[in-house]
Design a protein around this ligand. Sequence first.
Ligand code: 6PG
Length: 249
Amino acid sequence: MTPSVPVVHLHADLEALSRAAADHVVAVVEAVLEEQERFVLALGGGGTPRRLYELLAGPYRSRIPWPRLVFCWGDERFVPPDHPASNYRMARETLLDPLVLSPAQIFPIPTDRPPPAAAAAYEATLRRLCAGRTTTFDLALLGLGDDGHTASLFSEEEPSAGSGEESAPWVAAVTAPPRYEVRDRLTVTLPALNRSRQVAFLVAGADKRPALRGVLDRQDPALPAAHVRAREALTWFVDTAAHGEDDAG
Ligand code: 6PG
């Protein structure tokens, strides 16, 4: 599979972006499940994907065979699972609880042990989930920070920038810069992320424009999001506020 050239979809606002991303998730799931039994979806964190998750659990619910999906996360803030900042809690409230899934389908990043042990445990889980596959996630959903981070990869020196050898770690415990409320993080690394079959970024808001342009126009190596690749397709769902164009495509 040749590395993917990013495809950018421009939308008027977060609602339109989220609906387009929901259509995309449906299409990717349908295509992949024609050739394999199970679909591994890595959920993104932060606030942008909230509306996508609500749509998937709501009007889009009947368009995906949910029992054939397993859910994991691209990163987690090191807080309890019921903490307001928890990416797991956000996904549980907006997507997972409404879908009434089996717990056996859901693989949260553990935060009940020291970060290095939690990273090792989650890595073992991911490697077990992906055993026998040439890819990690079938689709990884990502956001973009206004500083160009994605997942919890905050600088290009993050553990794992660089090649994707099999021996490279798939999960790392990292510390976010001081400006972030929750600094202890667990994140999937670039080698694991870049083994995804597909990656989809969701980016909304004018505050993201400099980082988005840095990634899309300049492929600025100082921005972690610029290092993300996908085996088959890398797709961006952005709104006009983030993109800077006057009209949605
Ligand atoms: C996190 C996310 C992070 C997020 C960006 C954008 O845990 O915070 O993984 O990478 O996607 O910071 O966050 P917003 O969607 O809230 O702007």
